[in-house]
Design a protein around this ligand. Sequence first.
Ligand SMILES: [Zn+2]
Length: 420
Amino acid sequence: MVEEASSHAGHRTAAPRVTRRGFALMGLACGLWGALAPMARAAGQIVVSGVRLGGNAQSTRLVLDLGDAPHHQMFNLAEPYRIVFDFPEFDWRVAPEAMPGATGLVKSLRAGLFQPGTFRLVVDLSGPAEIQRTLVLPPQSGFNWRFVADLVPTSREAFMARVAPGSENVRPAKANEPAVTERQRRSAAARPVVVIDPGHGGVDPGAIGVGGVYEKHITLAMAKQLRTLLLKSGRYEVVLTRDRDIFVPLRERVAIARRAKGDLFISLHADSHPNRNTRGLSIYTLSEKSSDREAQLLADKENKADIIAGMDFSEESPEVTGILIDLAQRESMNLSAQFASLAVGELDRKVRTLDNTHRFAGFAVLKAPDIPSVLLEMGYLSNPDEVRLLQQAQYRDRMADSMVHAVDRYFDQTQSAQRP
Ligand SMILES: [Zn+2]
């Protein structure tokens, strides 16, 4: 009876009824449901079984099918236009291929764990729009609980007026981190700390490949395999920047590495390319100047992870980037390049690599000034063969094994150089 998000002919006549009842329910949603819901689902997370979009550029409806009434917060973000919904941790059971595509005012939707306790839905807009109403509908007519949000176009001015000045997005500041490198003070006898950074996660899926394969899942699987092999050697301590499907801001990844006093930082990614034939692994180190246009485009793409996840960190200005790179000790830069070339040597024998395998670009995640850092693009999810390989634990083990050899050789070289 209450009509679904769809653009069929009945939509217009059904909508006003929803609206009137909806306003009453909206009051409930903010007050009663918001207050009662946490008790009602104390036993577990709310299951989300469906997400739908319907309507047109004048009015677009978003619907979530849920096992219970959620409370939510929402806010706007600009450049690009986004509306962000934060919910309690959901048990999200919507398959990637079941996510709706561009509809009306909505360009795309992204959903995932944003931080412990917060599940985030990011609505990318084709232009400035506002939420006309949200409703929480109790089960009826064969439907479960539904969360409904109706979007209508608005002016840029009105949209910008609702952009909170960065308040919701910034996590509590961590204690000041020492700017001085800890690595140099440590004895060569201590076990080196290898920080593995599985790219993307939670609300940020990363590249989406053939068959709806998410980069964030490939990177996490590879990170765990690499951790296992490194630990097995008994030579290293290993820290992961995330070990589950959760969003971690780029700066936080760097901060985790620095807090862990990392000796080596390995960020794991997989790319996609409009040309399906493109395939092969590549490895990047930080540079102010990208080695080529493709490298620059890739860095731009990877650096957008925070925007995709609904963070309001505007890109650092070129001046700041320059300063960060100036701060980066020559030694770190050289060591990064040294590790990258060892890794290329090992990987080249085991997996398909791109020409000029070692490349340079300004990745945000490589900007720890005192930790040698590389970013591994394991391959292309847009290539049908490579996406199949990257999904195979056996193939990833082969890459991980090569990386362990490279890590071994790297620390053999650098630790012996440190001995008196
Ligand atoms: Zn990536």
